[in-house]
Design a protein around this ligand. Structure first.
Ligand code: PEP
Ligand code: MG
Length: 539
């Protein structure tokens, strides 16, 4: 047994096998093979499976985004049948006596370089497609197919680092825990781990040789055991049982209102990143959704999600939350959340750069597409919209103008929409300092303590070296929160917290006494917070 220390991102115990996750392109190794015909047969059967997948994708895409957008999967099927492409793979396997994965990867690289060098724009654009189909076949060959390829059994994912776009594509039912060498506790990958309720560690000196080995992740102590001995395994199974029992106790609080002993009602909501998280919201009995990070929808895709695609997602979420508030935040990309198809330029300081509402007010069509989808979905439930990274009153006025335009266009086309509350995130010191003015413009404030801490303390939330001084309890933060609550209340604007600090149980009583109206936290933190609220008095 070996033991490694790391930094805990999220509590809990996971026991299972390790899957060493590396980016697809890096997974292909060149191996000599004895039987080349067997290797060709492996390629043929992987190709058949890839074809099936493409047909399924085509059918799904026709339904969701229409026939013309679905055509790309037809093109991929045709490419996979292409004679030159197939011949190149056979030749490499036979002549070099190598594995099919290597032959497919080499052919994919060669063909895509060849396409990329062509003059004709159509063929140029096929470079990415040929890479894509090759990666699909390789994923089938290596058994790493499916959403970010986790295989059939639930696994502990060990990786050098995980980008939010990779995490969001993983099949959550197959994930027991994350362990990475890089990353910081305030990054979005860490936030996703908390939202998904899975133990996670960062800062662990990982090794590829662990792939397939049994392991235990102790998210509380920040320890990873590789190849645990029987005694350790038994101890942890026992610990896990005790944790489950504590959880059972908390579950008894389900159905209880979030009211203090002396009658103050707090809205206890949950943060989500996808439709799949809604089940967790119900399992933990949150009274609503206080932050739906809509950008994960954009991160999962390799193209701009269409209005229809977005509408379906928002509609599904509200329909699954009947009678409950769902606050959807508009696109908040930039910094650690990079989306290739936005084609953004490299920046010196991305956290302070072209991001969030700044992009939306610059690329108004992208913004309006999302707003149209949101307003259309508002006809099916209680949607509120909130805007990230606001720094000025003029931004809010421009946002409201665009919302009015969208509503007008929908009315002109006889498309129904409901009453929608508008709010802003308070996550820049500028927004705090003018919160008296901003409160006159909107229905609610939601304090984003993750970014507010970063910008107030001038500490990059992504930098693991600064993790120990990234102090969300700093008196500057607590004063700011009080100021925002007071300024909001003077203008009848309710105030919540949706950053990670909202889930800090050492501050819950204090926040309630400060006058907070709402706390929106990872679903698994709802009941621990309720436990505090129902047992406290404000005075
Ligand atoms: C925040 O900054 O506190 C917040 C909730 O937004 P995000 O973590 O997605 O930046
Ligand atoms: Mg933020």
């Amino acid at each position: 047994m070996e033991q490694f220390n790391g930094k805990s991102i999220y509590n809990g115990i996971a026991i299972g096998r390790i899957l060493f996750y590396s980016k697809n392109q890096q997974q292909v190794k060149r191996n000599k093979v004895e039987d080349v015909e067997e290797e060709i047969a492996r390629f043929e059967s992987a190709k058949a499976k890839a074809m099936e997948q493409l047909q399924e994708l085509y059918a799904k895409a026709v339904e969701e985004v229409g026939e013309s957008n679905a055509m790309i999967f037809e093109v991929h099927s045709m490419m996979l049948e292409d004679e030159d492409y197939n011949e190149s793979i056979y030749n490499i396997i036979r002549n070099e006596e190598v594995n099919a994965e290597f032959a497919v990867a080499t052919t994919g690289d060669n063909f895509s370089t060849m396409f990329a060098e062509m003059e004709d724009e159509y063929f140029k654009a096929r470079a990415a497609d040929v890479k894509d189909i090759s990666e699909r076949v390789i994923a089938v060959l290596t058994g790493l197919e499916g959403e970010a390829g986790l295989g059939d059994e639930p696994v502990i994912v060990v990786a050098e680092d995980l980008a939010p776009s990779e995490t969001v594509q993983m099949d959550k039912s197959k994930l027991l825990a994350f362990v990475t060498r890089l990353g910081s506790s305030n990054s979005h990958t860490a936030i996703l781990a908390r939202t998904m309720n899975i133990p996670a560690l960062i800062g662990v000196e990982i090794s590829e040789a662990w792939d397939g080995k049994m392991a235990i992740v102790d998210g509380k102590q920040g320890v990873l055991f590789v190849d645990p001995d029987v005694a350790t395994l038994e101890t942890y199974m026992e610990k896990r049982k005790r944790e489950d029992a504590q959880r059972e106790l908390l579950l008894q609080l389900k159905g209880q209102p979030d009211v203090t002993k002396d009658g103050r009602h707090i809205h206890l909501y949950a943060n989500i990143g996808s439709v799949a998280d809604v089940a967790n919201v119900h399992a933990n009995d949150a009274a609503g959704i206080g932050l739906f990070r809509s950008e994960f929808l954009y991160l999962e895709k390799d193209h701009y999600p269409t209005e229809e695609e977005q509408f379906q997602v928002y509609k599904t979420v509200v329909q699954n939350m009947p009678g409950k508030k769902v606050i959807i935040r508009t696109l908040d990309i930039g910094a650690d959340k990079q989306v290739d198809y936005f084609e953004m330029e490299q920046e010196e300081n991305p956290a302070m750069g072209y991001r969030a509402i700044r992009i939306c007010l610059d690329r108004v069509e992208v913004f309006k597409t999302q707003l149209r989808a949101l307003y259309r979905a508002s006809a099916y439930g209680m949607i509120s919209i909130m805007f990230p990274m606001v720094i000025s009153v003029s931004e809010v006025r421009r946002i409201k103008e665009i919302c009015e335009e969208v509503k007008r266009e929908l009315s002109d086309s006889d498309i129904p929409y409901g009453d929608v509350e508008l709010g802003i995130m308070i996550e820049t010191p500028a927004a705090v300092m003018i919160s008296d003015l901003l409160a006159k413009e909107v229905d609610f404030f939601s304090i984003g303590t993750n970014d507010l801490t970063q910008y107030t303390l001038a500490i990059d939330r992504q930098n693991p070296k600064l993790d120990n001084i990234y102090d969300a309890h700093h008196p500057a933060m607590l004063r700011m929160i009080q100021m925002v609550i007071d300024n909001g209340h003077k203008e009848n604007c309710w105030v919540g917290i949706c950053g990670e600090l909202g889930a800090d149980t050492t501050l819950t009583e204090r926040f309630v006494r400060m006058g907070i109206d709402e706390l929106s936290v990872a679903p698994s933190m709802v009941l621990p917070l309720r436990n505090i609220i129902v047992n406290m008095s404000v005075d």
